[in-house]
Ligand binder design. Structure first.
Ligand SMILES: Cc1cc2nc3c(=O)[nH]c(=O)nc-3n(C[C@H](O)[C@H](O)[C@H](O)COP(=O)(O)OP(=O)(O)OC[C@H]3O[C@@H](n4cnc5c(N)ncnc54)[C@H](O)[C@@H]3O)c2cc1C
Length: 487
């Protein structure tokens, strides 16, 4: 093996783990890596090289080399799994080294079929592809291409959330490479503090190489998408608030409601994405009847699909293809009362005035349910999200616009920021605001970890002190949402 001392870090990495695993600018592999990001903004970041480990040992070698001072380091680096975070730096290091985990993509079912061991760089469609034929599933992402690593470490909202809990709560074990290059297991018995902290702690503690998730038996799911006129917003708000009430919530229902404005049509519509995880033969689940009774522009019968997760995940990709448009997300959390849902629509409608002239705009606001069941499944205090005390329903309000021209980036970011501030303000006035910010949907300006609450932040800081005393994953992995410094 070549002596790596005084080599450029990418050359030193090639010497350490093999030249075929280091992709340099100008190579086909480098370009393919860039084109595999979801958003054009993330794809525009040019790292010095991509390094593509194939095993946990490779990851350990890479971390040791990048954090050592022997070769002019330590170096800035980024960690990337499915590459679906939209903003620059979260999953790619400008002028640094991006560790692309997509080679860690194994999906292995346990002998008794009760769990599945997944490489952190695998995508959810690959997991469903293995489990669907066996009548099994996991509480994972809803869209093909999204990475297991990023989604799980941020929490994870799935169709099964109300029944099974957060994706992260379904993790029985993480394999992690720490800042000193050691490869450790984090589960209920070993490194239990790390097992807890990785459930919401994202890339703050190490590089997760393998995730073991609990499986459950699962048949086909019922799904439909309705478009309604926004003139029905009062009834929509009443129906949604009623169904979200803790005492009414049906744990098989995943009901997303919201509004979208398309500049091409110059029109706002109401969108209801209805999924039921236990279809009753091919009938419409009764819980959705009130919303299906509303006057519709496109009704459920035109869009009803009864299918497995693989099909639903592929169908969802068709709604927005990777890099088809510029993209962003930001989020806020509140209690879904009728008045607040109505107020969110008013904020959405008012925000349209900030978006004049944005070409190819699709301005979408969605409410995603966090019913009480999601907090308790897999252990209420089993994650860092700070929601253990929550007894009623919350919703995550997501703004997720797409548009066509770079020239309008700042206008759209500013409009999203202003809309989220307006929704937050209205929620505070109605007494329904919650400080939790869902990491997987957050914008870079949002203080996500602080939103987990003081107690959680203190525990995360203590954990960081133990597993990463040099703060490598805070200071050298600068992208993503960071644990604040201790006072
Ligand atoms: C089209 C689309 C559909 C989506 N659907 C859902 C959904 O159904 N449910 C939901 O909850 N969210 C969903 N999201 C949000 C999604 O969960 C986040 O974008 C998430 O970050 C994606 O994970 P990833 O691995 O693809 O992303 P990446 O951008 O690769 O990673 C996200 C962050 O996690 C860190 N990270 C990733 N892997 C590791 C690892 N192994 N070790 C340490 N750090 C790591 C990265 O450094 C980065 O900061 C969706 C997003 C999009 C764009």
């Amino acid at each position: 093996m070549a002596d790596s001392t005084s080599l450029h870090p990418c050359e030193a990495l090639a010497a350490r783990i093999g030249a075929d695993k280091v992709l340099l600018p100008g190579s086909t592999g480098y370009d393919a890596s860039l084109s595999s990001y979801f958003s054009p903004q993330a794809a525009a970041v040019r790292p010095t090289c991509f390094v593509t480990p194939q095993t946990a040992t490779d990851v350990s070698d890479v971390v040791k080399l990048l954090t050592s001072s022997d070769n002019g380091g330590p170096y800035d680096f980024a960690v990337r799994a499915g590459g679906h975070t939209w903003f620059a730096n979260a999953n790619s290091a400008p002028g640094g080294i991006t560790i692309d985990l997509r080679g860690l993509n194994s999906v292995d079912l346990s002998a008794d079929k009760s769990s599945v061991s997944i490489g952190a760089g695998a995508t959810w469609d690959a997991v469903y592809g293995k489990l669907d034929p066996l009548g099994l599933s996991v509480a994972g992402g809803r869209v093909a291409g999204v990475g297991v690593g990023g989604l799980t470490l941020g929490g994870g909202i799935s169709y099964f959330g109300p029944r099974e809990g957060w994706t992260c709560n379904q993790v029985t074990s993480f394999e992690v490479v720490l800042a000193d290059g050691s490869v450790v297991e984090a589960d209920e018995r070993q490194n239990a503090d790390l097992w807890w902290g990785l459930r919401g702690g994202s890339n703050n503690f190490g590089i997760v190489t393998r995730i073991i998730l609990t499986t459950f038996e699962q048949g086909l799911l019922w799904s439909a998408l309705t478009l309604n006129p926004v003139t029905e917003v009062d009834r929509q708000a009443r129906i949604y608030a009623e169904l979200m009430a803790a005492e009414n919530y049906d744990e098989n229902a995943s009901f997303l409601t919201g509004w979208a404005f398309a500049s091409q049509q110059g029109l706002s519509v109401t969108l209801n994405q209805l999924v039921y995880t236990r279809p009753v033969a091919d009938e419409t689940p009764a819980i959705y009847n009130p919303i299906l009774d509303l006057p519709a522009i496109r009704n459920a019968s035109a869009t009803t699909v009864i299918a497995n997760m693989s099909t639903l995940a592929q169908n969802s990709v068709a709604l927005q293809r990777p890099q088809a448009a510029r993209y962003m997300t930001a989020t806020v959390t509140f209690v879904p009362t009728e008045a607040m849902i109505r107020a969110t629509y008013d904020a959405f409608d008012a925000s349209l005035s900030l978006l004049q002239g944005v070409a190819g705009l699709m301005w979408a606001v969605n409410l995603e349910p966090l019913p009480p069941q999601i907090y308790t499944r897999g252990g209420a205090d089993a994650n860092a999200l700070g929601l253990a005390e929550q007894s009623g329903s919350l919703v995550v309000c997501l703004v997720s616009p797409s548009w066509s021209d770079t020239a309008h980036d700042e206008q759209v970011y500013e409009a999203a920021r202003s809309l989220m501030a307006d929704v937050e303000d209205r929620a505070k006035k109605l007494g329904v605001y919650h400080p939790y910010i869902y990491l997987d949907y957050a914008a870079p300006w949002q203080a996500v970890i602080q939103g987990y609450g003081e107690e959680s932040v203190k525990k995360l800081q203590k954990l960081r002190k133990r597993v990463d005393p040099g703060h490598v994953f805070t200071r050298k992995v600068t992208g993503g949402f960071k644990i604040p410094d201790e006072c």
